[in-house]
Design a binder for this molecule. Structure first.
Ligand SMILES: [Zn+2]
Length: 338
């Protein structure tokens, strides 16, 4: 079968590799669509500790092609969609319901969806693979994975006062999803560096935008009557942007660290302001079985808006072009058709 292999930073080759076979409890699916995302872009540009090198891609939809022993939920020919991991349900964190922090997450990971076929590990088949509803097209179904991560992020923000001032920092697909999910809950602004990217997010979501380059702090304070933002979400992973954004967090505000950053990354925090202003900094990683299910419902409710995140579609053989478009910020998400 044809599969995209990430060889080293900046180099993907599409070549023939053996078709996967399902072990007990597993299924192999014929991939209909795989979507690109920021994590894969990071892996392409400089490597990623959870992805490594080899077959990659983790957002998918397809048709069940082979069924392993003991699988009862799925049959050959079923249309399916799913996410990339599932919790083990037994480790220290799973026993405390912190499923996204499962110690065995990477052992039960789907990797290699930029290919004709992909093997789905038993734990994912059991918990996080679904029959695809007819009203969700194959092309948009893979979005449930990043959407489930965003849903988890919103959950981690906890209770939100109606009419809160919300700032999403970043202009990629994740930032756009946060804007779509939160715009009914308050006054949402998106901040970023590039004007074209801000314009696109404004067109897609209708939220207001501000530049992180020009008079960012002054404008942020003006827009919030001098209070700063009640909720700030970082969807950049860029320390410079995070540092700027921290400076406009309101008293009682929450700052969500959503995007992944490298080990050892640090920010400077005004502890005086944090203490007297009762501010919180909250992390968010990955998704839980609950957030995946919520994401499926949200995809059905807001399908048109979410579908617009897929700005390009390319055949598997042109996958490097997809990452070039991502790198140049011309594409938000590219649908890859193996
Ligand atoms: Zn676990």
């Amino acid at each position: 079968m044809r599969a995209a292999i990430l060889r080293e930073p900046g180099r993907i080759v599409v070549e023939d590799i053996p078709e996967p076979e399902p072990d007990e409890g597993e299924v192999v699916i014929r991939v209909r669509y795989a979507l690109t995302d920021g994590t894969d872009l990071k892996a392409y540009l400089r490597g990623h500790h959870l992805i490594g090198y080899g077959p990659f891609g983790h957002e998918y939809s397809g048709i069940v092609a082979k069924v392993g022993k003991g699988v009862e939920k799925f049959r050959e020919g079923d249309a399916v969609m799913g996410v990339n991991t599932a919790p083990c349900m037994e480790c220290h964190y799973c026993r405390r319901s912190m499923y996204n922090l499962c110690e065995k997450l990477t052992e039960n990971m789907v990797l290699g969806t930029y290919a004709e076929y992909v093997r789905i590990p038993a734990q994912v088949v059991k918990i996080n693979l679904f029959h695809k509803p007819e009203d969700i097209p194959f092309r948009v179904a893979p979005i449930i994975e990043p959407l489930a991560c965003v849903v988890r992020g919103v959950e981690n923000l906890g209770e939100m006062e109606p009419g809160s001032n919300i700032l999403v920092v970043g202009t990629g697909s994740v930032a756009t999803m946060f804007a779509i999910l939160l715009k009914d809950r308050g006054q949402v602004f998106v901040a970023g560096r590039r004007e074209e990217a801000l314009k696109r997010i404004q067109e897609l979501t209708g939220v207001r935008t501000l530049s992180t380059e020009k008079n960012f702090s002054e404008e942020a304070m003006d827009y919030t009557d001098g209070y700063g933002f009640d909720i700030i979400i970082d969807a950049t992973g860029a320390t410079e942007a995070m540092q700027k954004a921290l400076g406009v967090l309101s008293k009682g505000g929450k700052f969500l660290v959503f995007s992944g950053v490298g080990k050892g990354t640090s920010l400077s925090i005004d502890i005086h302001a944090l203490h007297y202003g009762e501010m919180s900094i909250v992390g968010s990683f990955h998704h839980t079985p609950d957030s995946v299910r919520r994401a499926i419902d949200i995809l059905r409710e807001k399908r048109m808006e979410l579908e617009a995140l897929i700005t390009h579609e390319l055949p598997l053989e042109m996958i490097e072009e997809a990452f070039r478009l991502m790198m140049e910020r011309k594409a938000l998400k590219v649908a890859i058709r193996p």
